[in-house]
Design a protein around this ligand. Structure first.
Ligand code: AMP
Length: 128
């Protein structure tokens, strides 16, 4: 684990081998759509809908299963960002889906908490 030394991330722990931490640090390019003190939003590299964004905390959190009551504020902020981005990208009216795959069995492949925000197509229920 290493700490970024400048800017608002000064005290935020970043995992050197985490691809999303590397995006946060700017080491891996991503199509960043939004950024604030705690969160960053970028387009998914392998979109599963016309709009497919990832909303992530800048701090390394493995998954929802790695969160606790002390993370309630961060989680709330991330949800607000999901809704704001859905409105901004024009998918709020037609409906959109927010997904947090949690654990390998649920399809999580990147172990840095992220909310998929998908929209611009019809969705099935139950999900596959
Ligand atoms: P999950 O399978 O729920 O853990 O989601 C991980 C998501 O990260 C997948 O939808 C991938 O397409 C996406 N992804 C992986 N690497 C990148 C990257 N470098 N830039 C953007 N999205 C990525």
């Amino acid at each position: 684990m290493e700490s970024q030394e400048s800017g608002s991330l000064k005290e935020e722990p970043l995992m050197a081998d985490c691809i999303f931490c590397q995006i946060v640090a700017g080491g891996i390019p991503a199509k960043t759509l939004y950024e604030d003190e705690h969160a960053i939003v970028f387009d998914d590299i392998n979109p599963q809908a016309r709009v497919h964004m990832l909303v992530i905390p800048k701090r390394h959190v493995v998954s929802l299963d790695d969160t606790h009551e002390t993370d309630a504020s961060l989680l709330g902020q991330l949800m607000v960002v999901c809704a704001k981005m859905a409105r901004e990208r024009g998918i709020a009216g037609s409906g959109y889906r927010v997904v947090a795959n949690t654990g390998r069995g649920a399809g999580q492949s990147v172990f840095h908490l992220h909310f998929h925000v998908l929209g611009g197509r019809q969705f099935e229920w139950p999900p596959g």
